[in-house]
Write a protein that binds this ligand. Structure first.
Ligand code: GLN
Length: 193
């Protein structure tokens, strides 16, 4: 299996390492051509405005939208979730939305005083999978909040009553950073392992 990691800006290296720890071939994606023979894609966290601008410069906005629409495994984390969402609140007016998942997501919604936080999440779809039955330790960094989920969007986990992991088929968005802990169960779930 060969999975791309969008490598324009932000936290892509840790996703490459997480995929490689699962014996997946991870490919850094910077051009539309590199999407051609991939079985899946990770759109990492970082700064969604910067990722959006860099994707536009690289001619990747439409190719990524088309790739995600194939229904192959796709994981968007934090800024990646913002990019893949249908609607971004408190974004820049020129920031691209790929509209892959029908959610409305508000940038930096936890405010400055709680810029970053960590919680143990109950993620029922991960119960019983490796490495144990326990909670998923989730790291939130200037995280967005999913304020609306459209019909057909499955909520996999919530924090403070708001969805923080959602899915439509194998397209999974998390507002936290699953690549920053050694627990690879979210990546495995996306890949259908
Ligand atoms: N605050 C960032 C944004 O709005 C997202 C933060 C992250 O990806 N960790 O794009």
């Amino acid at each position: 299996m060969k999975v791309g990691v969008l490598a324009l800006q932000g936290a892509f290296a840790a996703h490459v390492a997480a995929l490689e720890s699962l014996d997946v071939r991870a490919v850094e994606v910077r051009t539309p051509e590199s999407l051609h023979d991939l079985d899946g894609l990770v759109v990492p966290g970082g700064e969604s405005t910067a990722v959006s601008m860099a994707a536009e410069r690289a001619g990747l906005v439409e190719p990524i939208r088309e790739f995600v629409s194939r229904g192959v495994p796709v994981l968007g984390t934090c800024a990646g979730a913002i990019l893949l969402a249908a609607e971004c609140l408190d974004g820049r007016p020129d920031q691209h939305q790929l509209g892959s998942v029908d959610v409305s997501i508000r940038r930096n919604a936890y405010g400055r005083q709680v810029d970053s936080f960590e919680v143990d999440l109950d993620v029922p779809v991960l119960r019983g999978s490796a490495p144990d039955d326990g909670a998923f330790h989730a790291v939130f960094i200037r995280a967005p909040v999913i304020e609306r989920t459209g019909a057909g969007v499955e909520v996999l986990a919530s924090v403070e009553g708001d969805p923080c992991a959602v899915a439509v088929g194998r397209t999974v968005l998390t507002t936290f950073h699953p690549e920053l802990t050694a627990d690879t169960r979210i990546h495995e779930y996306v890949l259908g392992r």
